[in-house]
Ligand binder design. Structure first.
Ligand code: NDP
Ligand code: HSE
Length: 437
């Protein structure tokens, strides 16, 4: 039998993900040692409450509330507690004491990534975070390593399992938002505070991480335009379905021409996706990331975007890599942000839109609406009118669904404001971007 060097692994957190990581580290210990070239000894698990019920049974003697003590002398620290503090301080403490760090904490990587990477560089260690974006799907390593020789032009991804689960059930069953959110929470997909999911914060964090890697540019979280899905109701979903679209919360990261140079745009919003697009068929809590690169062409990464055991797979992949590096020595691979491309505000982004209006059904209304769009440099591609109530002698009400050609977001926003104030529009029902045509 091979005598392996033994590495001390400290685990912080034994929740949905951490408990599965602990379980796999223990039950697959021999296989993992063969692959890592080192025995991975789980020396302790830091939690808040050692008596809390766990998804899997863990030896009581491994549990501790003293995370700081556990970190001392560890070769690899796995951070699965979530949040900014004390996770950030503990990761810095681990790096400074010579450990490699593995984390799934997208909130932390998106807000303090550069600080953590710099700290790791200083001591020749690594911070790995494959599980931070899209759960089990390998996407960090492909962007950072496999595509390092290519030029990524665009990423369009479904990177939040909770919102995809909600939108998918609303689309397929006509279900109510609140009811399906409760189910997503019960299934363990949602963050501790589900507004992180439904308001798009979680997806924005992941978009910032993906864009930073894809475009070799540090993308701060506040440069990501973010909208959530709480305004999407059953009627909007049904209208999208009728028009041949499905609504998905998308993270869009793209490289665009900007004068003589290039810039990037990073945004998260619910968008209409044609039903025949590969992203339209991403079901339940699954995630998918569609990458367009200059030489590689179109690539699609698909799989479980959330869930304890699935995410544990990505965490353990990082642990094995960290162990190999720890044994081999040498410095880790740093993050490259040298391109330092400017980040465009959303107002300068160009997309297609679908505008749904309720108007009074009388002569001249359509002409007025068309005139306002034309004045705003928004070109109409399609118009569909449905009568929603007869007027019995007075003007009735109609619903106008207007598809636009590509328009500048700033022009579109101003134009919608003018439509709302025009006197011929009773209600702006929705304004949705169309992506993936
Ligand atoms: P949970 O809330 O299920 O578990 C968190 C764990 O951390 C619990 O065991 C908790 O202890 C422990 N903990 C929290 N704060 C502290 C603290 N200050 N000191 C010590 N222990 C602490 O979270 P998840 O497992 O769902 O998520 C972990 C990380 O993985 C997060 O960053 C999350 O964003 C990320 N992630 C999660 C995914 C998922 O599907 N769940 C998917 C991808 C990433 P106790 O049990 O005693 O309360
Ligand atoms: N709450 C997140 C989601 C977990 O729903 O995708 C995975 O990051």
């Amino acid at each position: 039998m091979t005598e392996f060097r033994r590495l001390r692994v400290a685990l912080l957190g034994a929740g949905a993900v951490g408990s599965q990581v602990a379980h796999l580290l223990r039950t697959h210990a021999d296989e993992l040692a063969d692959r890592a070239g080192a025995a991975l000894d789980l020396v302790g698990i830091a939690v808040r409450d050692v008596d809390a019920p766990r998804d899997v049974e863990l030896p009581r003697e491994l549990l501790t509330t003293d995370a700081d003590q556990l970190i001392v002398g560890a070769d690899i620290v796995i951070e699965l507690t979530g949040g900014i503090e004390p996770a950030r301080s503990r990761i810095l403490e681990a790096l400074n004491s010579g450990a490699d760090v593995v984390t799934a904490n997208k909130a932390l990587v998106a807000t303090h990534g550069p600080e953590l990477f710099e700290a790791a560089d200083q001591v020749g260690a690594t911070v790995s975070y494959e599980a931070a974006v899209a759960g089990a799907i390998p996407i960090i390593r492909p962007l950072r390593d496999s595509l390092a020789g290519d030029r990524v032009h665009r990423i369009m991804g479904i990177v939040n399992g909770t919102t995809n689960y909600i939108l998918d059930r609303m689309d397929r069953e006509g279900s109510d938002f609140a009811e399906v959110l409760a189910d997503a929470q019960a299934l363990g997909y949602a963050e501790a505070d589900p507004t992180a999911d439904v308001d798009g914060f979680d997806a924005a964090q992941k978009a910032a991480i993906l864009a930073s890697l894809a475009f070799h540019t540090a993308v701060p979280l506040d440069a990501v335009h973010r909208e959530g899905i709480t305004a999407i109701d059953a009627q909007t979903i049904a209208a999208a379905r009728g028009a041949g679209y499905v609504i998905k919360l998308l993270a869009v990261c793209e490289r665009v021409a900007d004068g003589d140079g290039e810039a990037i745009s990073v945004r998260v919003y619910p968008a209409l996706v044609p039903r025949e697009h590969p992203l339209a068929n991403v079901r339940g809590a699954n995630n998918a990331v569609f990458v367009q690169a200059e030489a590689a062409g179109d690539l699609m990464f698909y799989g479980a975007g959330a869930g304890g055991i699935q995410t544990a797979s990505a965490v353990l992949g990082d642990v094995v890599s960290a162990a190999r590096r720890h044994i081999a020595g040498g410095t880790g691979v740093g993050e490259s942000t040298r391109a330092n491309l400017p980040i465009l505000p959303v107002g300068r982004v160009q997309t297609r839109y679908q505008i749904t209006l309720e108007v009074s059904d009388r002569p001249g209304v359509l002409a007025t609406v068309a005139g306002i769009l034309s004045d705003g440099s928004v070109s109409i591609a399609t118009v569909e009118q449905t009568v929603i109530s007869e007027g019995n002698g007075k003007p009735g009400a109609a619903r106008l669904v207007i598809g636009t050609h590509t328009a500048l977001e700033q022009n579109l926003g101003d134009t919608v404001d003018r439509l709302a104030a025009s006197g011929v529009v009773d209600r702006v029902v929705s304004v949705l971007r169309v992506e993936g045509d």
